[in-house]
Design a protein around this ligand. Structure first.
Ligand SMILES: Cc1cc2nc3c(=O)[nH]c(=O)nc-3n(C[C@H](O)[C@H](O)[C@H](O)COP(=O)(O)O)c2cc1C
Length: 372
């Protein structure tokens, strides 16, 4: 049996790029639903920028959660492209450009649309955050292995031992207390968690638990209760994993966001619920506690709770998004006004938007940049 599905009617690339950027912006997860990204769609490339006006300056002052969120939207765009039969090269340049440019997708090429691609594209549309306790059914080891296989050499997945889950629990409680005692962080949390569903950004009461769940590892505190019914379950059957790697810089945070997206979509396709627990990585002391679970050279990027959602409860409400017009800008093709030969400049290249390597840290082209 041929596992590929042939593509017949081909949309123009520029339309495909706009659709991919729009789908990614519409479906990707982001810390506190800040959607801290902006796409600029050129006829031949997609540029991803950080939107610093939606950065959590008190909670996430170094921008690691912003960059992780942007990594997730970058990976979502690649999945949306793959579902239309396109593959792209990726140039990553986080932290090097004052414009906020994080990455460029370019050099688009044909790719087979496989059932796996279609499955991931479907998972992209159905994935959601579930903050409620889990069922009592543990994950099968083969399922955990399949999810952990989304790791690569830059961002790996560590499955916590029972003892490490207790350490995580202590660290998460401490991180919550540190942030609650920090007035700017509390004010920021209040701002982003007191939204209405119509705002399209941040979190509304309907998405926040009505009370803290009776779990071993507490979720981020939201400062106030919401109205999401959470039942009486626990997290006894949960598997906790840590995304980590051997560098702690914006390039790796971006890649960690891509891995987060890959893990989350793979988990969704396997009916596994994912809950990121991020305040523990933003507080330096508790990040250090996570680091002790790894080897001396490694750094934690994000902790995730994995498990089977409580079946009777059904999925929670969808978290709203900003209108695409606020997040996706289409740049029209340059007018065809060729200068005389002696003035001729080469056409705009991806490199044109890259910073000067002599004054800033250069961007990096990932050798495995076509792999999903
Ligand atoms: C980097 C990152 C960190 C996050 N941290 C948390 C967290 O600590 N607690 C939580 O309940 N949700 C967390 N989330 C989930 C977001 O709140 C969620 O993605 C967003 O509200 C959009 O909702 P959706 O995932 O259902 O589409 C995080 C998401 C990302 C990408």
């Amino acid at each position: 049996m041929n596992p590929t599905i042939s593509r017949t009617d081909r949309e123009p690339l520029s339309d495909v790029l706009i659709d991919a950027a729009t789908a990614a912006a519409r479906y990707a997860p982001s810390v506190l639903n800040t959607q801290p990204w902006r796409w600029r769609v050129h006829p031949d490339r997609l540029e991803l920028f950080a939107e610093r006006s939606r950065q959590l300056n008190a909670i996430d002052s170094d921008g690691r959660l912003l960059t992780l969120s942007c990594g997730a939207v970058l990976h979502h765009a690649r999945i949306a492209l793959a579902a239309q039969g396109w593959t792209a090269a990726v140039f990553r340049t986080p932290g090097t450009s004052t414009s906020g440019l994080l990455a460029v997708l370019h050099d688009f090429d044909d790719a087979a649309i496989t059932p796996k691609t279609q499955q991931l594209a479907h998972a992209m549309r159905t994935r959601h955050t579930d903050r409620r306790p889990l069922s009592e059914q543990p994950l099968a080891p083969a399922v955990v292995r399949a999810i952990a296989a989304c790791a690569d050499s830059d961002v790996r997945v560590h499955v916590l031992t029972a003892g490490q889950v207790l350490d995580l629990s202590a660290a998460a409680s401490r991180a919550g207390a540190v942030l609650a005692a920090d007035p700017p962080a509390s004010a920021e949390l209040e701002y982003w968690t007191s939204r209405t569903m119509g705002d399209g950004v941040g979190l509304a009461l309907q998405l926040l638990p009505e009370r803290a769940a009776q779990t071993t590892v507490p979720n981020r505190g939201f400062g106030h209760p919401g109205t999401l019914p959470i039942g009486g379950g626990h997290d006894r059957a949960a598997t906790y994993v840590l995304l980590y790697g051997d560098e702690d810089d914006p390039h790796r945070w971006l890649k960690a966001g891509e891995t987060l997206s890959a893990v989350w979509l793979a988990a969704t396709a396997l009916n596994v619920s994912v809950l990121p627990l991020s305040d523990v990585v933003t507080v330096p002391a508790t990040r250090e506690a996570l680091r002790r679970m790894l080897t001396a050279l490694d750094h934690p990027y994000l902790t995730l709770r994995l498990g089977i959602a409580d079946p009777p409860s059904g999925p929670p409400r969808r978290t709203p998004r900003l209108p695409a017009a606020q997040l996706v800008e289409a740049v029209p093709p340059a007018p065809d006004t060729a200068p005389p030969p002696h003035d001729h400049q080469p056409p705009p290249q991806v490199g044109d938007v890259m910073p000067n390597a002599s004054t800033t840290r250069p961007g990096r082209l990932d050798p495995g940049h076509r792999a999903m």
